[in-house]
Design a protein around this ligand. Structure first.
Ligand code: ZN
Length: 452
């Protein structure tokens, strides 16, 4: 099998392995998930205590669950957490009671339009309990008393997230983030996790230019916690744009971060369904990652869709909040809520395909290969064309079928290397492949005709 096919199958196997775990924004399901990811890439796991202030938020109590069910008068479990963790409203407080169905209904969630599917629901910040079940199951329940039991714990504990860093040639960073807070949902979190994990492994095969920091964190609160603890990494470079978001949270453990700034980033979500690729631009709209993704998607001739930024979706909401305004876009296939299976039991491992995940992974690799080589150069011989033949830059191409393209690429790079345009601009304006433009720049730099 081709390497990407192998990667697709391996990513799908990872999705299937992570699928049964009961993840939430905190708790042992997240830890178990990170432990498995840690078998693929080494992780630095962070535990942030309940009550820690993170930006405008507070780390909540930790939620863990062992069992939950609704049982009929004969003791038969008609709704059972052991069959699927989606059956319990996420963050349900413990309950043990016997209630008539008429009362129980207020705590039952179904999808009348999709009567055989179980919805995914949570109540993180409002204490509540409930069960999710198919409309068909609900319709089959006779009136009468039901035993309800949720064996959960909400207690002071920790919020858990993890990082994996692929060291680059420079300290400046690219962050790749995915959420790890959804229970048995395959496209909406597990596919992104799998693609991020295999992307990290692929990037480490050669030392990339940028340092790549992978973030596996619960949605919203996890990203906010990471931002609060990495202020020096993400504060705006130029004063007068809102300034620093404040010092790293002193009670948060490891203390302030060190190293490079975040220059670019990508949020990965819904990365495995069979739909076309969708790239959502950063808040800035013309950040380098936006230009790279747009170029690579067009050049690859994949069916795709590019959308503008909206302050909704995944953790691009946090990275692109105005105080940070990072150049972070979001890559998915069919976006959140854009497919009927979204947030239901139908978002299972069959809904995501090895081929789609391999395609998402390949696109990420192509995009980062461009991002890593994109530079702005200055032509050191800008008055008239420099004589390329004298420097061996024409002869070296003799006989090659792509010689004409390589010559054109050199002329374009020389012409547009005015300190304003980067190689991506050259590729866009010339219509030449980025690889040819980057190779021309390497040759011209080697000959001392341009400098970064
Ligand atoms: Zn979701």
């Amino acid at each position: 099998m081709a390497p990407m096919t192998v990667a697709g199958e391996e990513m799908h196997a990872l999705v299937e392995r992570l699928y049964p775990l009961c993840r939430s924004i905190t708790g042992d399901g997240v830890r178990a998930t990170l432990e498995i990811i840690g078998e693929y890439v080494p992780l630095q796991v962070h535990e942030v205590p309940t009550g820690t202030q993170v930006l405008d938020w507070t780390v909540p109590q930790e939620w863990n669950i062992r069992d939950a069910y609704v049982a009929d008068a004969t003791g038969r479990r008609v709704v059972d957490f052991a069959a699927s963790n989606l059956h319990v409203l996420g963050y349900s407080v413990p309950v043990a009671a016997t209630v008539p169905l008429t009362e129980l209904r207020a705590h039952l969630h179904t999808l009348p339009d999709r009567p055989s599917w179980v919805p995914y629901r949570t109540s993180y910040y409002k204490p509540d309990w409930g069960f999710c079940l198919s409309q068909e199951t609900l319709d089959s329940l006779p009136d009468g008393d039901y035993e309800v039991r949720i064996d959960s714990t909400l207690a002071d504990g920790h919020l858990t997230y993890a990082e994996h860093v692929v060291p680059g040639q420079v300290a400046d960073e690219v962050i790749v983030s995915c959420h790890v807070c959804h229970p048995s949902l395959a496209n909406d979190n597990l596919a992104g996790i799998a693609v991020a994990t295999f992307l990290a492994r692929a990037l480490a095969e050669q030392t990339p230019w940028y340092t790549y920091r992978f973030l596996f964190a619960p949605g919203t609160i996890g990203a906010i916690t990471w931002l609060a603890r990495n202020a020096d990494r993400v504060e705006k470079a130029s004063p007068g744009h809102g300034g620093s978001p404040g010092p790293a949270e002193p009670g948060a453990g490891e203390g302030p971060s060190t190293g490079g700034r975040v220059r670019h980033g990508l949020v990965l979500a819904c990365a495995g369904d069979r739909g076309r690729l969708t790239y959502k631009r950063s808040r800035r709209g013309d950040a380098e990652i936006d230009r790279v993704m747009s170029h690579v998607l067009s050049a690859s001739e994949r069916p795709h869709h590019i959308t503008g930024f909206t302050p909704y979706g995944y953790d691009e909401r946090q990275f692109c909040s105005p105080g940070f305004d990072l150049g972070v876009g979001s890559l998915s296939r069919t976006p959140y809520a854009g497919y009927p299976e979204y947030h239901t039991s139908a978002d299972n491992p069959d809904f995501v395909s090895p081929e789609a995940m391999a395609d998402t992974l390949a696109l990420c690799r192509e995009a980062f290969a461009v991002l890593d080589r994109n530079r702005r150069y200055v032509n050191l011989s800008p008055y008239g064309e420099p004589q390329l033949g004298r420097r061996g830059l024409y002869e070296s191409l003799g006989g090659r079928s792509d010689a004409k393209q390589a010559q054109m690429a050199m002329l374009w790079v020389l012409n547009l290397s005015d300190g304003e345009h980067d190689l991506l601009d050259v590729a866009e304006r010339s219509g030449l492949p980025f690889d040819a433009v980057a190779a021309a720049a390497d040759a011209l730099r080697g000959a001392g005709l341009i400098k970064a």
